[in-house]
Design a protein around this ligand. Structure first.
Ligand SMILES: O=C(O)CCC(=O)C(=O)O
Ligand SMILES: [Fe+2]
Length: 306
């Protein structure tokens, strides 16, 4: 049984964004007057919280997008070999080894857009880079990255080359962020990675039962797609196996929350997170030993994807 009841009832629930916006006043560190509204129009903001996504221009400096591809060339776990590439192949937290990756993760224009959307300071905390489409099954990131108060997380997916329905673009389900934030208890599995496959099946049923209709996020090189934390999305089919799909997703929290992982939580036994936020000041150079990301990659390989 899908939590949320009949389809119309699910859609009558308040948009998640409304919760997020009204709860900014619960954050003592937040000063509404400090947010200069200059980049996002009221219509775009309304669209974002109504539909759960927005395509943006991140305003990246020239050379950065190609720089990421060059920096990560040869570093993906599986060799890039045309049709021979088997997804999922990815590098987690390449911002620790590539200045270009970090430049995308903390791009000032993106930070300003998120600041204006959410009314709080954005805190990027994780990057994932992909050379090809992921084929990742439908999910919403909130099962990994929830917040208290809710909804203060988003994904910023940047196209490092043109992306369309042929090379495995992200497919997203507009307005699905308004559904409940499903977790192990809804799915009927114990907390932990073991239940993730059942979670995916459950989300597939949600899509079917609520009649959600997916759309393809076709983007030009250099554009970015922002999704609200509970928006259901997936990696679409790779129709052209010979095309790459170089892309970077940055996962972003917002200031003044507690951060937790529903996948590892049950009832009052909450798995809190202490995220390591990505330094936004690019003049602070990071030490680059090469090992941290490899360790992270190995760790990540044992966990389910986001
Ligand atoms: O890039 C994709 O195909 C999916 C990525 C994703 O779901 C994520 O990073 O949250
Ligand atoms: Fe995701």
């Amino acid at each position: 049984m899908i939590r949320g009841g009949e389809r119309p009832a699910a859609y009558r629930r308040s948009p998640r964004g409304a919760t997020a916006l009204s709860s900014t006043s619960t954050d003592p560190s937040f000063q509404a007057s400090q947010v200069t509204r200059s980049v996002v129009s009221p219509q775009e903001r309304e669209f974002y919280f109504r539909e759960g996504y927005l395509t943006i221009d991140p305003g990246l400096p020239p050379g950065v997008v190609d720089g990421v591809i060059a920096d990560l060339d040869g570093k993906y776990p599986d060799p890039l070999n045309g049709a021979g590439v088997q997804p999922p192949t990815r590098i987690q937290d390449a911002w620790t080894i590539s200045h270009n990756v970090r430049t995308i993760a903390v791009a000032p224009r993106v930070m300003q857009i998120l600041r204006e959307l959410y009314g709080r300071e954005p805190l990027p905390f994780q990057t994932l880079n992909f050379p090809v489409g992921t084929l990742q099954k439908a999910h919403s990131d909130v099962v990994h990255f929830s917040t208290c108060p809710p909804s203060f997380m988003c994904g910023v997916w940047t196209a490092l080359e043109d992306v369309d329905e042929m090379n495995g673009a992200v497919r997203y389900y507009p307005r699905s962020h308004r559904l409940p934030e499903y977790g192990p208890t809804d799915v009927g599995v114990p907390p932990g990675d073991e239940g993730y496959a059942e979670y995916e099946k459950y989300i597939a049923r949600v899509i079917r039962d609520f009649g959600l209709v997916g759309q393809i996020a076709s983007l030009k090189k250099g554009q970015a797609f922002v999704w609200a934390t509970n928006l259901i999305h997936e990696g679409s089919e790779r129709k052209d196996l010979f095309r790459t799909r170089h892309s970077q997703v940055t996962h972003v929290y917002f200031e003044g929350c507690r951060y937790w992982t529903p996948l590892y939580s049950k009832g009052t036994d909450v798995c809190w997170r202490e995220p390591a936020f990505i330094p936004k000041d690019l003049s602070v150079r990071l030490e680059n030993s090469g090992t941290p990301f490899l360790q992270r990659q190995e760790l990540y390989g044992q966990r389910k994807s986001t």
